[in-house]
Write a protein that binds this ligand. Sequence first.
Ligand SMILES: C[S@@+](CC[C@H](N)C(=O)[O-])C[C@H]1O[C@@H](n2cnc3c(N)ncnc32)[C@H](O)[C@@H]1O
Length: 253
Amino acid sequence: MALNDQVQNFWEQGVCGSSTTIVGELKPLSKEWFERIEEHRYSVEPFIHGVAQFPRHHGKKLLEVGVGAGTDHLQWARSGAICHGVDLTAEAIATTRARFDLYGFQSNLTKLDAETLPFESDTFDIVYSWGVIHHSEKPQLIIDEILRVLKPGGTFIGMLYGRHSPAVFKVWVRHALFKGKPWLSFADVVWHNIESIGTKAYTKKELAAMFASYRQVELVPLMTTYDTTRWPRWLSKFFPDDWGWFIGIRATK
Ligand SMILES: C[S@@+](CC[C@H](N)C(=O)[O-])C[C@H]1O[C@@H](n2cnc3c(N)ncnc32)[C@H](O)[C@@H]1O
């Protein structure tokens, strides 16, 4: 089966951030369910607001690639952006649509594989994508498509996973070292054990090369709770933000 079909199958089974450990017994798609997802998201990833800076983009034409449960997409709408969203799964599109209906907002939502975007060149002021591009079989195609659909001077804002991070090290210890396979690479354990099959994680240097066709590329590594959970506190001082599992990106066309 093609990799992106496997990626789609994985995410069709439940939108990102809606596991029962987060939402408990709350009724799916109810206001309480969405509010719990939102509350949890920004308690574990509070830096999203700093990277996205939603309110600064009032009135701008926005495309979000990989809307998931639509939590950030709702922040774009609340901030007055003109919203367009895409995702590989019907589940994410239906969930985001239900959320927008519930809160009285509008977005043009489409289910598609973002390796090919059905938009004219030079269309969007902002393209946003948080934790999505590294799941696709050919991330470079998405990055190139985003550049094409951005207006000149438009901005890509997003996040991709960082490979040299405590989060990946912990996955390596569990799935390589403890299984007697210390020769497995960080890339290998990320591919097979983090979310959908085929997940990738990058160094800052690799990301700089992938975004080389953009201007003013700013990479902001973020130390996350996924890095620091079950991590001895004394070790943290050896791992500044530069080693974080998330790498925020702002890049201009
Ligand atoms: C980890 S979730 C992130 C969702 C959301 N951005 C968030 O931060 O909660 C990854 C999402 O990317 C979507 N996705 C993966 N590959 C994709 C592709 N090639 N095109 C469009 N969406 C994709 C998945 O369907 C899933 O909804």
